[in-house]
Design a protein around this ligand. Structure first.
Ligand code: ATP
Length: 349
């Protein structure tokens, strides 16, 4: 594998248990994570993302396949001999040690000198903006501050790769958003490869350079947030990332027919297809412009309003329209709906 890859998983499989109790947590995962990348493993609970992360950390041994770090096969190397550190959801700080002692703990175990430890602790506490808290105990910190200490502790030995297993899920929404920005900044400043695990698609979209979407032990798609959102490879990815309207239709040479006589100028391969259309890609206008529809429901969300629309002779779809001061469609109104054909994804499965 090439030099620019920090971590490579080659045909990694993981089966827990044996015989009738055997459970395949990872099918056959191959993935190449670039050096200095913020890579997110995203998927629903139980899809195997933590198992893959633990295989990279060395806490689990793959049943088949290999893990390479910087081009070296480390599949059988114990966790403490890998240039990798993990930040867990539970901060797992030592309650009787101060912030500075917690952060320096790993370095002390490595036998580093006091001067080296002090310098590293000072450096990483500055990185996570916790210098004034060096002498406090974990119990004297907020949840967000404790998570920063856990981060500082993981960063102190300057690992090549930092693994983060849902590290923000214990924080409230506002703090989580602030920490997302903070994590991205830390990753950019340190240049360390981050592999982040989450089931929160918004978190994945806002922070990652690339995302790997997983389901039932398989990797379905790897791409930039933009690619994953705009060009989902299948229905699962389109459904899991953001909101999507799925419209069944029949593809022909002229387009996809979604209701008798209603053909969208979208290229399909012929036969039954599913179209994925994001709610923001639907425009609501005057009746007569575009597809005929009736407003069935309007839900005001502050910045935008979600309209449920019944297309004449066709399915119901949801449109998201930015709120404005002007007149807004009401339930029962007949409207015209236009769909940006270029943004429509034709899904084959
Ligand atoms: P979550 O977001 O809930 O943590 P996940 O995607 O990280 O989910 P994993 O923890 O990787 O999922 O688990 C994948 C599957 O493997 C799950 O169905 C889980 O029950 C199973 N599993 C995990 N660890 C073990 C184990 N030690 N023995 C048996 N099965 C396990």
């Amino acid at each position: 594998m090439s030099e620019e890859h920090a971590v490579v998983a080659q045909n990694v499989g993981k089966i827990y248990g044996t015989g009738a109790a055997a459970f395949t947590a990872l099918g056959d995962i191959s993935i190449a994570i670039r050096k200095g990348e913020f890579f997110t493993l995203l998927g629903p609970s139980g899809c195997g993302k933590t198992t893959l992360l633990r295989c990279i950390a060395g806490f689990e041994t793959p049943t088949s396949g290999a893990i390479l770090l910087g081009g070296r096969d480390i599949t059988g190397v114990p966790p403490n001999q890998r240039p990798v550190n993990t930040v867990f959801q539970s901060y797992a700080l030592f309650p009787h040690l101060t912030v500075a002692e917690n952060v320096g703990f790993g370095l002390k175990m490595q036998g580093k000198s006091k001067a080296e430890i002090d310098a590293a602790v000072e450096r990483v506490l500055a990185l996570v903006k916790l210098e004034p808290f060096a002498t406090r105990l974990p119990a004297q910190l907020s949840g967000g501050q404790q998570q920063r200490v856990a981060l500082a502790r993981a960063l102190a030995p300057e690992p090549e790769v930092l693994l983060l297993d849902e590290p923000l899920s214990a924080l409230d929404l506002k703090l989580r958003k602030a920490m997302q920005v903070e994590l991205k900044r830390l990753q950019t400043e340190t240049g360390i490869t981050f592999i982040f695990v989450t089931h929160d698609q918004e978190e994945a979209l806002t922070m990652s350079d690339r995302i790997g979407v997983m389901s039932a032990g398989a990797l379905l798609q790897v791409g930039s947030p933009h690619e994953i959102y705009e060009k989902p490879v299948n229905r699962f990815v389109a459904d899991f990332i953001g909101e999507t309207n799925f419209i069944e239709g029949e593809a022909s040479a002229v387009g996809v027919e979604i209701a008798p006589g209603v053909v969208l100028p979208v290229t399909g391969h012929g036969g039954p297809v599913t179209l994925a259309v994001r709610p923001e890609q639907l425009r609501i206008g005057e009746p007569g412009a575009g597809l005929e529809a009736e407003v069935k429901e309007a839900v005001y969300m502050g910045t935008d309003t979600h309209y449920t629309l019944a297309l004449a002779g066709g399915p119901q779809v949801v449109a998201r329209v930015q709120s404005s001061a002007g007149p807004e469609p009401q339930v029962g109104d007949k409207v015209g709906v236009t769909i940006d054909a270029q943004s429509v994804q034709v899904l084959s499965e």
